[in-house]
Design a protein around this ligand. Structure first.
Ligand code: NAD
Ligand code: DAU
Length: 357
């Protein structure tokens, strides 16, 4: 079958990537979607069980930092679009193992850019009809004071963790490929995502699982840090819109103007899980355990996504309360998924991470 477009989505077996792959495979049967993922601890093909047999879906196990493999994929599949989500994504891991973050997030992005450049420049039409879309994070902007301000697309980069430093570096490489070689790129910086299929090292799935099992909830510092939360399917819908309609060489911030202090969010989670389990109100509040703060812990993130709203008309579809209810329900209903991803290596890492905190 001849496809209208051939699009590589990297990191498609991860949390956000699996939602993006699912959306594209279902919505665009005339696009071939090539999911390129190394299947690290965070990648799980079970996240895509419902689309794996679709005729327009292909999975390729590969490392984005393997330049030769990326170039071969570009050629073999006649790729005209790249949506790049593959990354090491957890801040706490980056503090323990920064090299892996530099390798995947910086060198991996560079290898993919160079493969796209070499392939697209070999074609008679060169960059016409091509797009390289890089998914980044609001963490590259650094931190905001607790009492005000928002990150805009003009905010100066000021990353503080090895994770955000590696993402910032990759963003610069992507923009440099536009400025130097004329590659049509677009970059988006999104706030914290939540929803189904998120690896339970991140706050929301970790805490839902711990509440369910009556385990302590390790709150860093005093729980006063603020994050801006977006339901993952709303991020995927923004990616779809920007991939098709976003202007080349532009940056768009993605967020739902939905800031929460960690401790307040944790109380909402406790109430939702207790309700779902039929526990009396306040039952699990005693699990809150204040632990040593994360080194370099950014105080507050808050995204101004008004450019995306005014230029492309994007709005999040879900209210936070509904998103949290759905998310809690999903994790409670999918204990098998949770057991699968928390067995083995991850459990050792978790025990190591929280020993003595
Ligand atoms: P994740 O950790 O859940 O998934 C990452 C995926 O990338 C996994 O499937 C993993 O196997 C794959 N991967 C890792 N290294 C690879 C490599 N070298 N080659 C090929 N595949 C590799 O991450 P996520 O939370 O879904 O984040 C996806 C992207 O979105 C990342 O680029 C992240 O920086 C960005 N982002 C995440 C959030 C968030 O809240 N989670 C917010 C904004 C931006
Ligand atoms: O802002 C976007 C970023 O959001 C993404 O780029 C990252 O990939 C993603 O992991 C996320 O980063 P955070 O560090 O904000 O997410 P995390 O879930 O790790 O933590 C959310 C907040 O909760 C943060 O202030 C740290 C705190 N926390 C986290 C964990 C895991 C705790 O208090 N206890 C915990 O056990």
């Amino acid at each position: 079958m001849e496809f209208k477009r051939n699009i590589i989505i990297t990191g498609g077996a991860g949390f956000i990537g699996s939602h993006v792959v699912r959306l594209f495979v279902r919505k665009y049967p005339d696009y071939r979607i090539i999911n390129v993922d190394k299947l690290t601890y965070a990648g799980n093909l079970a996240n895509l069980a419902d689309v794996e047999s679709m005729p327009n879906y292909v999975f390729v196990k590969a490392d984005v930092a393997d330049y030769e493999a990326m170039l071969a994929l570009m050629r073999d599949y006649h790729v005209d679009g790249v949506i790049h989500l593959a990354a090491e994504s957890h801040v706490d891991r980056s503090i323990k193992d920064p090299f892996t973050f530099a390798r995947t997030n910086v060198m991996g992005t560079l290898a993919l850019l160079q493969a796209a450049r070499v392939y697209w420049e070999s074609l008679p039409e060169r960059y016409e009809g091509k797009k390289f879309y890089h998914i980044s994070t609001d963490e590259v902007y650094g931190t905001l004071p607790l009492d005000g301000g928002l990150f805009t697309e003009e905010t100066k980069y000021d990353p503080h963790s090895p994770y955000s430093a590696s993402k910032a570096s990759s963003d610069h490489f992507v923009r440099s490929y536009h400025d130097t070689y004329g590659m049509p790129v677009v970059v988006t910086n999104c706030s914290n995502n939540y929803g189904p299929f998120q690896f339970p090292e991140k706050l929301i799935p970790l805490f839902i699982n711990n509440i369910r099992h009556g385990r302590p909830l390790p709150v860093y510092g005093r729980g006063e840090n603020v994050r801006d939360w977006l339901y993952v399917e709303d991020h995927a819908s923004a990616i779809d819109l920007i991939f098709h309609k976003g202007r080349v060489a532009e940056t768009y911030n993605i967020g739902g103007f939905n800031e929460w202090r960690n401790i307040d969010l944790i109380k909402v989670l406790i109430a939702a899980v207790d309700r779902a389990l039929g526990n009396p109100e306040g039952h699990s509040l005693g699990l809150i355990t204040f632990v040593t703060d994360r080194p370099g812990h950014d105080a507050r993130y808050a995204i101004d996504s008004s450019k995306l709203a005014s230029e492309l008309g994007w709005r999040p579809s879900l209210q936070f309360e509904e998103g949290i209810e759905r998310t809690v329900r999903w994790y409670l209903d999918n204990q098998e998924w949770m057991d699968q991803v928390t067995s083995g290596e991850y459990q050792k890492y978790y025990d190591e991470m929280y020993k003595g905190r």
